[in-house]
Design a protein around this ligand. Structure first.
Ligand code: ADE
Length: 283
């Protein structure tokens, strides 16, 4: 990776969902315990390199998987990544499939979300001491960074890995799975996948001016499909484990490609959107 074009000013945060928190993908790694003005992230950060590119790995639910989706400190997780100098975040997510054409094992590079969470902190700008000043009304389109998505999809094509370009996830509060009536409703809304953690992660990454994309893996059929079993946590983990190697291959392929792009303009644009939408208090 000695290409002269390689970006020197990027760092990639990887948020590992259920099943992807194995630090082995990082070379020269070390652990770093950090704290933020929003409290502690889910676990220590693991800092190292993938394909020569600086990366920071964080297990979303903690390595011991002791945090349910509603109590993950998403603000601390994103802030910790930002504090560490991350410019990009690649999130991985286990999701239920709501569509016949997305069988378990499929990887989807998300491009939309529907928020059905309740009671999660969705902004850094909350008026509390030590937090950023003002109020921030962030636009949510595009929710996932188009160029980052594009580079990930191209990298998948190059290694012959089939991924679905685009998909809308409905984020539910959990920790329970959905009722059949809810599952059918979300299908009618046009959602492709169902998960519990995309919101507020994607929202906070945008507020932090970071480029964010998700590699979602369909792990089950939720509970709408009469010919298959109803979702279970054990089933989700089993399918994730059977297919996790694809996610790791994709990260290994995509990350050097990301580093080969020039992100200066994207970084400036993301920050400009944030600045443009902050309302400062009147004196
Ligand atoms: N994560 C994995 N499968 C899921 C499902 N069916 N519903 C919500 N979150 C999930």
């Amino acid at each position: 990776y000695s290409k002269v074009t390689m970006s020197r000013n990027i760092k990639i945060g990887i948020i590992g969902g259920s099943g992807l928190d194995n630090p082995d993908i990082l070379k020269n790694r070390y652990e770093k315990i950090v704290s933020t003005p929003f409290g502690d992230p889910s676990d220590f950060l693991i800092i190292g390199q993938i394909g020569g590119v600086s990366c920071v790995l964080l297990a979303r639910h903690g390595r011991r998987h002791d945090k349910i989706p509603g109590t993950v400190n998403y603000r601390a997780n994103i802030w910790a990544m930002k504090q560490e100098g991350c410019t990009h975040i690649i999130a991985t997510n286990a999701c239920g499939s709501l569509q016949e054409h997305i069988p378990p094992g499929t990887l989807v590079i998300l491009d939309g979300f529907i928020d059905r969470t309740v009671n999660r902190e969705q902004t850094f700008f909350d008026g509390q001491p030590g937090h950023p000043e003002g109020i921030c009304h962030m636009p949510m389109e595009p929710s996932f960074h188009p160029l980052l998505r594009h580079v990930i999809i191209e990298a998948a094509c190059k290694i012959g890995l089939c991924v679905k370009d685009g998909g809308c996830v409905v984020a539910i509060e959990g920790p329970r799975f959905s009722s059949k009536a809810e599952s059918l409703l979300y299908q009618k809304w046009g959602a492709d996948l169902i998960g519990m953690t995309t919101v507020p992660e994607v929202v906070l990454a945008k507020e932090a001016g970071m480029m964010y994309a998700t590699i979602a893996m369909a792990t089950d059929w939720d509970c709408w499909r009469s010919s298959t079993e109803v979702v279970s946590h054990v089933g989700v983990l089993k399918v994730f484990e059977e297919n996790v190697e694809k996610v790791i291959q994709l990260l290994r392929a995509a990350i050097p490609q990301i580093a080969n792009e020039n992100w200066d303009q994207s970084i400036a644009e993301m920050q400009a959107v944030v600045n443009h939408n902050i309302v400062l208090p009147k004196n």
